[in-house]
Design a protein around this ligand. Structure first.
Ligand code: FE2
Ligand code: FE2
Length: 161
């Protein structure tokens, strides 16, 4: 049960920690499914960033004297499932799959952006300055990735028949 800003912060932190772990695996799978070299590169790069994001979240946990713990992030889990089921069931062309993967990744980034923005709001309210700094770095990477994927989706769109 969460009744305070601090408890909600801890809950959301565990949720983000779980989401980033799931995304390390998912970005690997997405990268292997697409054929556009730029998209593959973007997924691989963001996978490396995601590994560092996990480490930053661990510093946030330690800054509040908390052991890093995961709590199932059902939102990200759902977005990953959507991608998996589409690739399994739709028998799509490579062009469609490339565009769909870029858009699926963009959905994930926007989810993460809101998650980090709200964690930062709570950290600010709680006066957790160190936590804010780490969260800001993660947020900046998610924003840059969302922007990059937006550009790629525009390009991949032109390849659809
Ligand atoms: Fe992330
Ligand atoms: Fe991300």
């Amino acid at each position: 049960m969460a009744t305070t800003a601090r408890e909600l912060f801890e809950h959301e932190l565990r949720d983000a920690y779980d989401a980033e772990h799931r995304l390390v695996d998912s970005l690997k799978e997405m990268s292997s499914k697409v054929t556009d070299p730029e998209l593959t590169k973007a997924f691989d790069l963001h996978r490396e960033q995601t590994q560092r994001q996990i480490e930053r979240l661990e510093t946030v946990f330690s800054s509040i004297d908390f052991k890093p713990e995961r709590e199932s992030c059902k939102g990200i889990k759902g977005l990953i499932t959507e991608f998996k089921e589409f690739t399994k069931e739709e028998n799509s062309s490579t062009e469609v799959l490339n565009f769909f993967a870029a858009v699926s990744a963009k959905k994930v980034e926007h989810y993460e952006i809101v998650a980090y923005e709200s964690l930062m709001q709570l950290a600010r309210q709680l006066g957790l300055r160190d936590a804010q700094a780490s969260l800001r770095e993660n947020l900046a990477e998610e924003l840059a990735t969302a922007d990059q994927l937006q550009g790629m989706s525009e390009k991949l769109l032109t390849e659809l028949t």
